[in-house]
Design a protein around this ligand. Sequence first.
Ligand code: FES
Length: 105
Amino acid sequence: MSQVKTQIKIGELDDFIENVGKVVEVQGHSIAIFRLAENRFRAVENRCPHKQGPLAEGIVSGEYVFCPLHDWKIGLQDGKVQAPDHGCVQKFDVAVEKQGVYIVI
Ligand code: FES
C-alpha cells in the first residue's frame, strides 16, 4: 500500500545559509536541514545514532555532516553512518519550488 506524501513549507530559500544546518520541527520530527551548493537541500533526523548529537550543528563537507559531539560522519543523501562507525538516520525529501522550501513527508 503506498502512502500519500504531503509537502510542508519550512521557509524561503533565503532563510537557509549554505552549509549551515537548521532545525525544523515537522509532524513530531526534529529535522536537520542543510542547504548545499547550487540550492540542493538535504534533510535528516536531527539526532545522531551514536548518542543523540544534534546533527544540525555539525560541520558540513560535501554530501556529509560530521556530528558535533564525536565526529561521526553521516551521508546526507542516504542517512548512512560512514565506516568505521555504523548506523543510519532517517532521511527526508526536500522540494524547492520558486523561493519556497518544503519537506516532503
Ligand atoms: S553523538 Fe554523534 S558522534 Fe557521538
